[in-house]
Ligand binder design. Structure first.
Ligand code: ZN
Length: 210
């Protein structure tokens, strides 16, 4: 691909999902936020592990089970070490475990605020196509069109027009890809051969640097 500016965007949500559950402190259903702390309880050879959440209204804690009454021998040693040391990376990943959250709570709020890291992968002098590879290490509820609109300074209508014309393509078969959540592996290619301000305008937005 000798006519392509190729970039990778990594999108990191700022806020972990918040489950709603009955609060024993202030009563009623409340949103809870991960405290980033693990609680372990050993009972003979059996171990319980919880991720501690706090009520956003009164700070009363709620322990979300990660596992209960597990035989110590059956626990992955890496997981065990992460739990014992309150490993922030491991806990952060667990705080985005939507499946586990939804199994404990009927309502789980997700947030669309994100940080983005832009890397330039390759570039030729006279590129006319922009290729964006997406990476989302944590689940994020932001839609693809919102991401592209905010990062490339386009309206969602402009994006839709580019998509309808085939100027903007993705590696997905889904016709509604623009309205779907951001996912790792999605690739967007935009043909900018008709644009004159590729270098001045598109490139800084795509690469995050002038
Ligand atoms: Zn409360």
């Amino acid at each position: 691909m000798c006519d392509t500016l190729s970039v990778r965007w990594t999108i990191i949500p700022q806020i972990a999902p918040q489950p709603w559950t009955a609060c024993s402190g202030c009563g009623g259903l409340r949103a809870f936020q991960s405290s980033g702390k693990i609680r372990l309880n050993a009972n003979g050879r059996k171990l319980d592990a919880w991720l501690i959440y706090k009520c956003l209204t009164c700070e009363k804690t709620w322990n979300r089970p990660i596992f209960e009454r597990q035989n110590v021998r059956d626990i992955d040693p890496l997981v065990f070490a992460a739990l014992q040391s309150n490993d922030p990376q491991w806990i952060r990943t667990e705080s985005f475990n939507l499946e586990a959250l939804r199994s404990r709570s009927k309502r789980v709020d997700e947030f669309s605020e994100f940080d983005i890291e832009k890397e330039r992968l390759s570039e030729t002098g006279d590129w006319t196509k922009l290729k964006i590879e997406l990476k989302a290490p944590f689940p994020i509820s932001t839609r693809l069109d919102r991401l592209l609109a905010s990062e490339l300074k386009l309206s969602r209508k402009q994006l839709q027009t580019l998509h309808d014309r085939g100027t903007l393509r993705s590696n997905s078969d889904r016709a509604d890809i623009l309205r779907r959540r951001i996912k790792t592996g999605t690739q967007i290619t935009i043909d900018l051969s008709a644009e004159t301000n590729r270098e001045q305008s598109w490139k800084p937005l795509a690469t995050g640097s002038p």
